[in-house]
Design a protein around this ligand. Structure first.
Ligand SMILES: *[C@@H]1O[C@H](CO)[C@@H](O)[C@H](O)[C@H]1NC(C)=O
Ligand SMILES: *[C@@H]1O[C@H](CO)[C@@H](O)[C@H](O)[C@H]1NC(C)=O
Ligand SMILES: *[C@@H]1O[C@H](CO)[C@@H](O)[C@H](O)[C@H]1NC(C)=O
Ligand SMILES: *[C@@H]1O[C@H](CO)[C@@H](O)[C@H](O)[C@H]1NC(C)=O
Ligand SMILES: *[C@@H]1O[C@H](CO)[C@@H](O)[C@H](O)[C@H]1NC(C)=O
Ligand SMILES: *[C@@H]1O[C@H](CO)[C@@H](O)[C@H](O)[C@H]1NC(C)=O
Length: 353
């Protein structure tokens, strides 16, 4: 009986201890919660710099000399610059890649009449628009496939590689490419096709929509690993998914992407594409899951009129290690490209009658 008070004393001491630890942990959790789920999203919302660095990670591209063509192990390429100017005074770095059939005529890479080829309407042009972590030298293997059918014009967006630094947003980037397209059109009567990879697919659909407003049409567009919109992809990103339960998720994470002009809403611009479309995606693409391409395909099929806007073809590759960057490795790709050109030819003939 005498022991009881003592026991009681020790018990209350332990309870105090537990309560202290509990409070300590609670405060720690609250603090972490506030940091990760309040401060981080709020900083993100108000920092357009962070958003731009996320969408346009230009810093991953190593500095290089794009004039030193030999260093890339490719032949028949000329590096040059086009001032797409206006108020931002932007100059874009461009590669002109000659079609395969005249490669054998080239002895010295620099010493060839590139301008003459560009102006020669016999050679169809493919305008290549790269992804957000790439530059105009990133698709060398694909160029070897495409140059069997095209002369290729590959361009770096503002802020990328040795193109001018300027405000990075969708309006600025697409506006530059619209000017480049018009510059090309002035030089050449060739048919012009567009190939956009990843973020470049978003640039491509917006470009074509803007050109449509000026009554300019393209002959065909290929969307490699495309998406519906940047915010759609962000919502499913493994890191951002952790945040998606927050009631303020859209207010702090996705809305700012839209009002800072970074959303690249292909699901809307694709409706303005008045030429056949080919879409390519791989099931093991972990950067942009293929369901976004499937969704974009469905939007296009259900809302475009293929009779006068052209068919949409969707090639979804099995999980064969092509991922986000290596669709050029697919043995079927050259055939798909040939078939697509035939489809575009057929569409053009149909339009004429
Ligand atoms: C880049 O390469 C070209 C061609 O090889 C060369 O003429 C030029 O001097 C190089 N520029 C720089 C900055 O190294
Ligand atoms: C545009 O930029 C170039 C250099 O890239 C410069 O030489 C030229 O003076 C600039 N023009 C204007 C109007 O700012
Ligand atoms: C996008 O960039 C252009 C400059 O090219 C600028 O005038 C415009 O205000 C920017 N838009 C937004 C929403 O930041
Ligand atoms: C485009 O064509 C339409 C119909 O022919 C015409 O009304 C419009 O003014 C043209 N727009 C431009 C920018 O040329
Ligand atoms: C598509 O356009 C054609 C020609 O203008 C028209 O005959 C056809 O009904 C349209 N199809 C749909 C599904 O709207
Ligand atoms: C478009 O697809 C339809 C249906 O598969 C096909 O009959 C047609 O030949 C294709 N091409 C054109 C240019 O209509």
């Amino acid at each position: 009986m005498q022991k009881l008070p003592m026991r009681n004393k020790s018990r209350s001491c332990c309870a105090k201890c537990c309560l202290g630890t509990f409070l300590y942990i609670l405060v720690l959790f609250l603090l972490l919660f506030v940091i990760f789920f309040v401060i981080v999203p709020v900083v993100f919302k108000y920092s357009v710099g962070i958003q731009r660095n996320l969408i346009f990670p230009t810093w991953v591209i190593p500095q290089q000399n794009y004039s030193d063509i030999e260093a890339y192990g490719i032949k028949g390429v000329k590096n040059f610059y086009v001032n797409v100017g206006k108020e931002d005074n932007v100059t874009l770095g461009v590669w002109h890649i000659l079609p395969f059939e005249i490669l054998s005529e080239i002895i010295d890479n620099d010493d060839y009449n590139y301008e003459g080829v560009l102006e020669n309407a016999d050679y169809n042009i493919m305008l290549y628009l790269h992804g957000n972590g790439n530059d105009r030298a990133a698709a060398l293997e694909l160029y070897e496939i495409l140059r069997k059918h095209f002369q290729i014009v590959a361009v770096d967006y503002r802020g990328y590689a040795d193109s001018s630094k300027a405000t990075m947003n969708e309006t600025g980037i697409v506006g530059d490419i619209v000017e480049l397209y018009k510059w090309l059109r002035k030089k050449s009567q060739s048919r012009i096709f567009v190939w956009g990879h990843s973020l470049g697919s978003g640039v491509a659909t917006h470009l074509i929509s803007d050109l449509k407003n000026d009554n300019i049409s393209t002959s065909g567009v290929v969307l490699e690993t495309p998406f519906t919109s940047v915010t759609d992809v962000m919502k499913s990103h493994p890191v951002l998914k952790v945040y998606s339960f927050m009631p303020w998720f859209s207010l702090t994470i996705t809305d700012p992407i839209v009002y800072n002009d970074l959303n690249f809403n292909s699901a809307s611009y694709i409706l303005d594409v008045d030429s056949p479309i080919m879409m390519l995606h791989a099931k093991d693409d972990e950067i942009i899951e293929y369901r976004f391409a499937t969704e974009l395909f469905n939007v296009a099929v259900n809302n475009r009129n293929y009779t006068y806007q052209g068919n949409v073809t969707y090639h979804l590759f099995e999980a064969l290690d092509y991922g986000h960057m290596n669709i050029y490795k697919a043995p079927e790709l050259p055939n798909y490209v040939s078939e697509f050109i035939e489809e575009c030819d057929k569409f053009e003939r149909k339009k004429k009658v």
